[in-house]
Structure formats: C-alpha cells, structure tokens
Design a protein around this ligand. Structure first.
Ligand code: PXG
Length: 285
C-alpha cells in the first residue's frame, strides 16, 4: 500500500519521497528519530515523544525547523491521511544536505520526515510463553562517548548487539554498560521483579529514557508497587522472580530465559502479566 509521506513540509506519495545522497543523515547517521504508536487512530504519548525528539536534537546542535506544536500536528496528520488506526509512526530529522565533509555548518536544510505505516508486532506466542534473551558482548555506548539518551540515527551499537542476539537464536539482546552493569536491550528497556519490588536500571546506567518505561513506572507506582531505579548486575537478572522488557513496539513483553537460565518459574509472572494488562488499558484510553 502506498503511503503519504511527510517531507519538506508537505505530504507526497512514498514513491516521490526522496532525500539527497549528500544528506548527513545518510552520510554520517547525523540526525535524530522517534518511533511512535497509534492506537485507534490516536498517537500514544505524542507530547512525550516530541519532547524527547527535540531534546535529542538539542543535544546534537540540530535545530528542528518547526515548532513542537507544528510537529505534533504533522504527526497526527500523517496518521489521519494514511487512515492508520493501530500503527507505527517513524519520525526522522536529518541534518540535511551538506558536503562530503563532517562539518555540520555546511548543512543548511534539516529534513523532517514522517512515515505512518502498519506495525509489525512480535508474535502473540511470545507474550503468552515469554521471550528468551542473551547477554551480548557488544557493550552499550558509553555516555562519555555518545549519550544513549540521544535517539540518534546512528544505531550501529544496537544493530551489532541485535546481530549477536540473532546469531544466538534470540530476537532481543541484553547489553551491559561500560561498568558491566545491566543497561538495556537493543530496542527495549528492561525490568526485574524481586520479592514484590520492581527494579530497572537508572538513566545514568547509560540507557534511553523509554516512554514505555516511564509509563510502566507510573502504572506500577499507582498500583502501589515500589519501584527502584538502581544499578543491576547480570546476577540480579539471573535470580529475579520475573523479568520483562518495555518498548513502543513490544509494549510489555515477558522474558523467561536469560543466557539459557530460567528466570523465576519459567513462565510470565503475575506482576508482569498485571502490568502488561494495565499498560494495554492505558493505550486504549
Ligand atoms: N532502548 C532503546 C535503545 C530503544 O531504541 C527503547 C529502549 C524503548 O523506548 P520507548 O520510548 O519506545 O519505550 C528504544 C526504542 C522498532 C524500534 O521499530 C524500536 C525502538 C527503536 C527503534 C526501532 O521496534 N525502541
């Protein structure tokens, strides 16, 4: 199905949506992006995603040539004109066309691209039985090199981890940070349950501040569950009662095996299932 793509301030058929080969987004991964979900035609946590996009842009000295309000309007419009009910939105801002040198000052025209499409979900079976993941040797980018808080167009760190996970037969891979602590998966944040408490690595472990992560923390606190954002080790994962991942595409997905070790009872745990249900409900509000 041909989509209407927002580019250069207007909607064009996807066949006509083009950017320059001199765009630094292509040449250097110089740009930022967001992945959003729409449920029943409404974009989930749109404002939060837009705020994160502008913060990512700010961190790389990229000025987005439109207001946050106009950006929200364009995202809503992309969902509307493509008649997307339950779908996925990819929002990309590149540095724009420049020269074959690194200097971003040679790029004068940042490109804003919005693609609204169907979503490809994990198979339902994974939600019922739980996921198996492995810890990979690829370390999460150190914040001293490039902050993982920036959702930049350079996802090679995550892609290399994903490849290592796939080679081990797993569709998600757990990455440790430069200190050997648990950071996050390639496109998802991680949570553990232990003795009734909910644990997740803090932002300063070098992770993306996930919108789904925030929503789940909120839901848990509202439900009276104590949430601890603290440094976690592989050992903490192995001895956890429950483990799950959160992300825009995955929502809340249970993990039942890590590095061939069974986590908890080896099936999705009660707190995971409850949070999964409550998160789903939130998306339908
Ligand atoms: N960590 C990383 C590294 C991510 O890229 C998340 C956590 C979860 O954040 P949100 O805000 O989505 O709860 C992400 C985001 C995809 C896709 O198409 C998903 C992400 C990034 C790129 C593509 O599945 N996840």
């Amino acid at each position: 199905m041909s989509r209407q793509i927002y580019i250069s301030g207007k909607f064009v058929p996807q066949e006509d949506a083009r950017i320059s080969v001199f765009d630094h987004g292509l040449l250097y991964g110089d740009g930022v992006f967001e992945g959003l979900r729409s449920y029943r035609g409404k974009v989930f946590r749109l404002r939060e995603h837009i705020v994160r996009l502008y913060e990512s842009a700010r961190a790389i000295w990229l000025e987005i040539p439109m207001s946050q309000e106009a950006m929200q309007g364009a995202v809503n419009e992309a969902v509307r004109v493509n008649k997307i009910d339950d779908g996925y939105v990819r929002l990309v801002v590149t540095r724009g066309a420049g020269t074959l040198g690194l200097d971003p000052n040679r790029c004068s025209n940042p490109q804003v691209i919005i693609i609204a499409d169907a979503i490809s979900l994990y198979p339902q079976e994974l939600y019922e039985k739980g996921l198996e993941i492995v810890t990979v040797s690829v370390q999460r980018t150190s914040p001293a090199a490039l902050s993982p808080r920036i959702k930049s167009l350079n996802y090679l760190n995550n892609i290399l981890a994903k490849i290592e996970g796939l080679q081990a037969g797993c569709i998600e891979a757990l990455m440790l940070n430069h200190k050997g602590e648990v950071a996050e998966c390639t496109g998802d944040n991680i949570f553990l349950v232990r003795r009734g408490l909910l644990y997740t690595p803090p932002l300063d472990a070098g992770i993306l501040g996930g919108i789904t992560r925030d929503a789940v923390i909120e839901i848990a606190k509202d439900t009276g569950i104590e949430v601890r954002e603290c440094a976690l080790t592989k050992h903490d994962v192995y001895v956890a009662d429950e483990c799950f991942l959160t992300g825009t595409a995955a929502e809340v997905v249970p993990v039942v095996k890590v590095d061939s070790r069974t986590i908890g009872a080896g099936k999705p745990g009660p707190m995971t299932c409850d949070l999964e249900k409550r998160f789903k409900k939130l998306t339908q509000e």
